[in-house]
Design a protein around this ligand. Structure first.
Ligand code: A3P
Length: 326
């Protein structure tokens, strides 16, 4: 069968379509379009955005915990919602289920809304991307983007899609995953254009768009956690304790622990729960694999790593952005 240039098969099984330079699952296009045209923004909304396999699960857990940490302090441990639901159930990805009514409770909630999207910046509803001047006049929602180094993203994606798309021909090789990643022909791809869309916007509107990196969150969690909380208007109270430290350390550490890989991975809900996705029941364990930086060294050959590095160099040249794995 001849496919038009704007249709491809991803992972040998899933139909993807191209719109304005980005690729999307065919079955997602209706809810995406509905989200884009029907979504009504509130000034205090918080949007999270990320490319798949760059730490979305972590970002969702972390932001939820930061925003609701005082509610949780008043509650018993068993009331912590993350012990009952996977982060993807707590913070939905809007375009997945916009037409199914599954996000209705969130959209109508009187509380501050926390939502996620994998869509590129250029596809977001206009209300979310309005110009700085319009945003300043009307008040503006906040947007947090999480990026990750490309080589770990590829490896994470290879593990993930081999579970999600179990084609009749068996798992795809790492080589094929690298090819797919570098060509950009993959759901929500190309990766680099996705990252750069948000990067450019974060430079233009730093008060409304915060750009974080997975590696920095791993390396300096407290500093990054404080930055994120302050951006969301939920700063940790910071008073010096007389010995050079600050009194907020306990609170920051608690938030980081609640959303940490080690804790979430071991929770019953994430060990045994499952989510309905693309007609499959996906086990929650799929979202918690290793959670480290540099795992690519265990999977990519030197040639593959050099090939990705070369594409990264070309794509990021002159942008001021680096996506190194340190
Ligand atoms: P690995 O496959 O490298 O282990 P996403 O959430 O966007 O699907 O990304 C998944 C990646 O984030 C996986 O990476 C997963 O292990 C990691 N991850 C999930 N929860 C995390 C957490 N709380 N802290 C750090 N990494 C986490």
């Amino acid at each position: 069968m001849n496919k038009s240039p704007t249709e491809e098969l991803f992972w040998d099984t899933a139909e993807i379509h191209e719109i304005d330079g980005f690729w999307y699952y065919a079955e997602r296009m209706k809810p995406m379009a509905a989200f884009r045209s029907q979504f009504e923004c509130r000034n205090d909304d918080v949007f999270l955005a990320s490319f798949p396999k760059t730490g979305t699960t972590w970002l969702k857990a972390l932001c939820h915990t930061i925003l609701h940490r005082h509610d949780q302090e008043e509650e018993e441990e068993e009331e912590d919602i993350l012990t009952k639901k996977n982060p993807h159930q707590v913070v939905p990805t809007l375009e997945f289920s916009f037409l199914l009514g599954r996000v209705q409770h969130l959209l109508l909630s009187p509380r501050r809304r926390l939502m996620h999207t994998h869509l590129p910046y250029s596809y977001l509803p206009e209300e979310v991307t309005r110009s700085p001047a319009a945003a300043a006049a009307a008040g503006c929602s906040k947007l947090v983007y999480l990026a990750r180094n490309p080589k770990d993203t590829v490896v994470s994606m290879w593990h993930f899609y081999n579970q999600v798309h179990k084609g009749s021909a068996g798992p795809l090789s790492v080589e094929r995953a690298v090819e797919s990643f570098c060509s950009g022909v993959m759901p929500w791809g190309p990766f680099y254009e996705h990252v750069l869309g948000y990067w450019e916007e974060s430079k233009k509107r730093p008060d409304e768009v915060l750009f974080l990196k997975y590696e920095e969150l791993c390396r300096e969690p407290k500093e990054q956690g404080r930055k994120l909380a302050s951006f969301l208007g939920r700063s940790f109270p910071s008073t010096t304790d007389g010995s050079g430290g600050t009194d907020d350390d306990d609170e920051v550490e608690k938030v980081l622990w609640r959303s940490s890989f080690g804790r979430l991975k071991e929770l019953e809900v994430n060990k045994y729960g499952a989510v309905g996705e693309q007609g499959l029941q996906l086990s929650h364990t799929i979202y918690f694999r290793k959670g480290t930086v540099g795992d690519w060294k265990n999977y990519l050959t030197l040639d593959m790593a050099q090939c990705i590095d070369q594409v990264t160099r070309v794509k990021l040249q002159g942008t001021g952005l680096s996506l190194d794995d340190f």
